[in-house]
Structures are given as C-alpha cells and as structure tokens.
Write a protein that binds this ligand. Structure first.
Ligand code: HEC
Length: 109
C-alpha cells in the first residue's frame, strides 16, 4: 500500500460513477438494435425512413448542430405540445432517449 493508492482509487471510482451516468453506457447492444428499428419504423413514419423529413422535420446531423443532446432527448421523451411530435416516455426511458439523440447528432448509419 502506498500513500497515493487511496486518491487514485477514489478517482477511478468517481470516474466509473460518471461513466455510468452517461446514458450511452446504459443501453445494451440488444436494446440499441430495438431502438434503431423503432427509429426507422415509428419515428420514420413522420420523419421519413431515412430521417430526411416528412410530416416531421428532417433529423440529419447538419440540421441538429447547435441543439444539445439534452434538448433533443427532452423533445423525444416529452414530445412538443401543440405539434405532431408525440411524447415517447411511455416506451422509452431517459437512457434510450439520450442514446437516440446522440445517434441523430452523429448520423444514424
Ligand atoms: C406523429 C409524428 C411524429 C412521430 C411519430 C415522431 N415525431 Fe419527432 N417530431 C414531429 C414533429 C412535427 C416535430 C417538430 C415539432 C416542432 O415543430 O417543434 C418533431 C420534432 C422532433 C425532434 C426535434 C428536432 C429539432 O430539430 O429540434 C426530434 C429530436 C424528434 N422529433 C425525434 C423523434 C424521435 C426519436 C421519434 C421516435 C421515437 C419521433 N420524433 C417520432 C413529429 C413526429
């Protein structure tokens, strides 16, 4: 045991907690597959199968510049009252919505 081990250990612990808090780490690979399917089918019914827009606006990365992941995931969870954008919080949790927002920002393949 050296004297540095405690601070180092607590830094690793804090780092791990912070990482666990980032929603992206909370979404399993199986759930990611489901979410991409949902994005194409359900979200695609308004935003277009290729997310280039329809009844809802296009959700392409270049159009989402300047909009935070938080703002986009809140839109997904709560919807936009007074518009056709429904709330998805009945089907999606926060981690799902953040993951989807993140995918939209980086461009869904
Ligand atoms: C019934 C149609 C409909 C469905 C289904 C739908 N949306 Fe939307 N969505 C809209 C409309 C309309 C808007 C624009 C709202 C406005 O005018 O502010 C919108 C806006 C958004 C925005 C904000 C875009 C921006 O540039 O600020 C995001 C993100 C979004 N939708 C994601 C999704 C996701 C993810 C799903 C599927 C889980 C989904 N939407 C399903 C109609 C829909």
């Amino acid at each position: 045991m050296t004297k540095v081990s405690l601070p180092v250990a607590s830094m690793i612990l804090i780092g791990t907690i912070l990482m666990m808090n980032t929603s992206i780490a909370d979404v399993s690979v199986a759930r990611q597959t489901e979410l991409v399917y949902l994005l194409r089918q359900d979200c695609g019914s308004c935003h277009g199968m290729t997310l280039r827009g329809g009844l809802g606006p296009a959700l392409l990365p270049e159009l989402l510049i300047g909009k935070s992941e938080q703002f986009l995931s809140t839109t997904i969870l709560e919807g936009r009252p007074g518009t056709a954008m429904p709330a998805w919080k009945g089907m999606l949790n926060k981690a799902d919505a953040s993951w989807l927002a993140h995918q939209l920002q980086r461009g869904v393949q």
